[in-house]
Design a protein around this ligand. Structure first.
Ligand SMILES: [Zn+2]
Ligand SMILES: [Zn+2]
Length: 213
């Protein structure tokens, strides 16, 4: 499995492209491209690697993770958008989120498939399991690939930090509960690809993250 990380928009959000060597299918996790040059960078990468995205997997639908959704829907008409049902509220209030942060954006496409705890989703030859981790956002999820020891944590867990819980759909106690019961119980050698900042591991966060008591 190959993971390509892009850092997009003024929130420095990580957008990931996940695919197999030699394959054409890919998933885009949290499409945050906002500026035209970011859209070009993403399309150029997909073209150069002969990739056609079949799915967008949202960890959650805060605006910084969804800026690129309309653009991608235009480029790839058969693209499906996966997110937890409780994230539809963040799609519906996207324009309001934009006003709060002083940026303009159109409402992203509706969610095509609601993901749920324990569901498995194929990307190329690998499968990812959905882990519900509410707290940063009401319908926040992480995507875990056991074979590849890989977790996409969105804004639930960061290297040395955790997500905010004061935004749309946030709840601090739920966030800590999610991290402790759902993420800190994963194997130590799992690499965590976060919604912002650099990747980390479960072991590093278990032992060195000051926000996890
Ligand atoms: Zn967020
Ligand atoms: Zn974010």
């Amino acid at each position: 499995m190959i993971i390509k990380r892009f850092t997009f928009n003024f929130f420095q959000e990580n957008t990931y492209v996940v695919y197999d060597e030699g394959g054409t299918d890919c998933a885009i996790i949290d499409p945050g491209c906002y500026f035209p040059e970011e859209e070009r960078t993403l399309i150029q990468f997909l073209t150069n690697n002969h990739l056609i995205p079949s799915k967008v997997l949202y960890t959650h639908c805060h605006l910084d993770h969804a800026f690129g959704a309309n653009f991608l829907a235009g480029e790839f008409p058969s693209l499906k958008f996966y997110a937890h049902e409780k994230e539809q509220a963040n799609i519906n209030n996207a324009e309001e989120q934009g006003r709060l942060f002083g940026v303009s954006l159109q409402k992203p496409p509706s969610i095509s498939h609601y993901v749920f705890e324990g569901e498995t989703i194929a990307i190329g030859d690998n499968s990812f399991t959905v882990i519900e981790t509410p707290g940063h956002s009401a319908g926040g999820v992480c995507y875990f690939c056991k074979n590849e020891k890989t977790l996409f944590s969105g804004d639930t867990l960061f290297a040395g930090s955790i997500g905010r819980s004061d935004l749309f759909g946030g709840n601090g106690q739920m966030l800590l509960d999610s991290i402790r019961t759902k993420l800190m119980t994963l194997p130590d050698d799992v690499t965590v690809y976060t919604g912002h900042g650099y990747p980390t591991t479960i072991a590093e966060e278990k032992h060195g993250n000051p926000f996890i008591p």
